[in-house]
Design a protein around this ligand. Structure first.
Ligand code: GLU
Length: 279
């Protein structure tokens, strides 16, 4: 009898604990979308200076961080209500499908293939695939990249473009993040790191790399950055698009460009029109 009582009490406690967890989970992921939740989880990159970077002091910087912070504010979340989550290139679709994050602003190109699995707001930036090479490299426009040792990231359009069109016979090494390619480039084990020019400019401008690398200036593709959300979450897509339009019209987009790309000397394209994809 005594034992049964204890068990019942424990069961009640367990139900309360589970209920509390479930509620916390809901508000944590900002499921209301329109704000009012405690927190919103946003996926970004942690290793891309100028776009999405986790600083040594634990703070976050970059154009994607600024765009996401602005969008979150429009959705009803203050900066201290944002929980940043690292979403590497290969993890993005799954992170959204699982509901790990409400949205992803992580140099995330809008593509037809990805649109099968996630929805996108935007675009909010147009970048182009390029090559980062050693300052003394002779790779330039017209150089055949087949046979060259290129490094890129698993799950990125950059790696896919190399295989599909840029140089199907290149020796392509695919790593987890772009920062992982840099050491191989420095030690001449690689001929080039290839991804979006905006990302490469951010690396090249880092104090520790100054003067060591150069961008070739080849516009190898159009990369239309969107903000990814869970497939079917049209309400959030619409709210994000409104926020992005406002960010451009009130000058905050220009300021974010200047703050983040200025130091890297990156010449960005003008703000894209919402819904207009450059093929
Ligand atoms: N923008 C490209 C992509 O979405 C390359 C950068 C990245 O891997 O995040 O795949």
């Amino acid at each position: 009898m005594k034992l049964r009582k204890v068990t019942a009490a424990s069961a009640t406690a367990l139900v309360i604990a589970l209920t509390a967890t479930a509620c916390g989970g809901d508000s944590d992921s900002g499921d209301s979308g329109s704000g009012g939740g405690d927190k919103i989880k946003i996926g970004i990159k942690y290793d891309q200076p100028g776009l999405g970077l986790k600083e040594p002091d634990g703070s976050f910087s970059g154009f994607d961080v600024d765009v996401a912070t602005y969008v979150a504010k429009e959705l009803g979340y203050k900066p201290d209500q944002i929980e940043w989550v690292e979403t590497k290139s290969a993890d993005r679709e799954n992170a959204l499908a699982r509901g790990d994050v409400k949205m992803i602003a992580a140099t995330y190109s809008i593509t037809d293939e990805r649109k099968q699995k996630v929805d996108f707001a935007g675009p909010y930036l147009l970048a182009h695939q390029d090559l980062l090479v050693k300052a003394d490299s002779d790779i330039k426009e017209g150089t055949d990249l087949n046979g060259k040792k290129l490094c890129s990231v698993t799950g990125s359009t950059s790696a896919q473009n190399v295989k599909d069109k840029i140089a199907p016979k290149a020796q392509l090494q695919q790593l987890g993040g772009y920062s992982e390619c840099i050491a191989g480039l420095q030690s001449d084990q690689l001929d080039a790191l290839t991804t979006d020019d905006a990302i490469l400019a951010g690396f090249a401008a880092q104090d520790q790399y100054k003067g060591q690398f150069k961008l070739t200036g080849l516009k190898l593709s159009n990369e239309n950055y969107g903000i990814g959300v869970k497939k079917g979450d049209t309400a959030t897509v619409n709210k994000i698009n409104d926020a992005l339009e406002k960010m451009v019209s009130d000058g905050a987009w220009d300021k974010a460009v200047k703050d983040n790309f200025g130091p890297a000397n990156y010449k960005n394209e003008p703000a894209p029109k919402i819904g207009q994809i450059v093929q």
